[in-house]
Write a protein that binds this ligand. Sequence first.
Ligand code: PMP
Length: 386
Amino acid sequence: PSVFASVVYTPPDVIFELTKKYLTDPAEQKVNLGQGTYRDENGSPWILPCVRAAKEKIRDVNHEYLPILGLTSFRTLAAELVLGRESTALIEKRVASCQALSGTGAIHMAGKILYNALGSQTPVYITNPTWSNHRQVFASIGFLVREYTYYSETAGCLNMETVTQALNEAPPGSIFIFHVSAHNPTGCDPTQEQWKDIATIVQDRGLFPIFDAAYLGMTSGVYDRDAYAIRYFVEELRLEVAVCASFAKNMGLYGERVGLASIITRSPQEATAVESAFEQLMRAEVSNPPAFGARVAAAVLEDGELRAEWARNLTKMSSRVEEMRWALFDGLKKLETPGSWDRIVKQGGMFCLLGLTPEQVVEISIAGLNWGNVQYVAECIDQTIR
Ligand code: PMP
């Protein structure tokens, strides 16, 4: 018999199935509302102007290996970006950082460090619903993954009661994954006051927060504003946290796999030790991380003008998505589609949980909408509901 006779077929993630169906659908007026990538007003991928300019700047770079922990300038600039330039954690050298394979790789790296530090018996709490890879990444490391209710179906927003309950009932030392901004897929984030309440429980009960920072700057259009929760936990409460930042969405560097895993510790000694652990892990898993995307991101971050351009690009993406939320909302209102649609404009970020049944399709990517297709989509939703 084959060595692989015992390997069980694993069906692909539904979201990729949906994309496949879209691609093979012969319909002329089809709209892809499934995928988590930004689209411009013509429905095309968008190369951010700041990225275009950065690529020009690094045109002549060589192709040598990067250091094991990644491009040094990228690690420094990205950590400053995530934590804030005035961060006391950075000034006190309490931050261990490692370039990672985008947000997914950053979550994996932080997860591995925590697994080695806390052991396999530590539960990891993920929100229900959440991005499907949260469960997979932590389960594949060997963690026990538990879910807690995050969203109130009836209210169409964050369910602070069940969130608080989960935080209060989890064993001390448990890990909680928080989406820093633009919760995927609900688009519902805690308010600043709610973050403070969450942080107090995390602190009192000795829980460990991992911040999934996949959409910073994409929600409000302002990076620092979207990073509020991280800054509050790290700077105000001086808690130990992990931050997993991705540059896929906010710089449009999806395929380049640019990310940063940072772990904020209590002392410089611990940060040095954790950084050495990062280096060991990286060595064993990837040897040297990919250079191109990190160079592009660093070129944007280190140049005042490109950084200002990036800020404008973030505003452009977040405003276009917000505009489409209102256009879809208005379209459904005009059609008098049965149901309550305020949630479309109450939620933030690229995703929107419409509250349709699974048969009607659950979640749509607002970034796939533009003035050419939004009315059509409203009509399609209207027909599905009736
Ligand atoms: N976290 C969340 C919540 C996401 O939605 C995504 C991307 N879909 C990621 C992390 C990571 O993406 P990437 O690995 O492409 O940076």
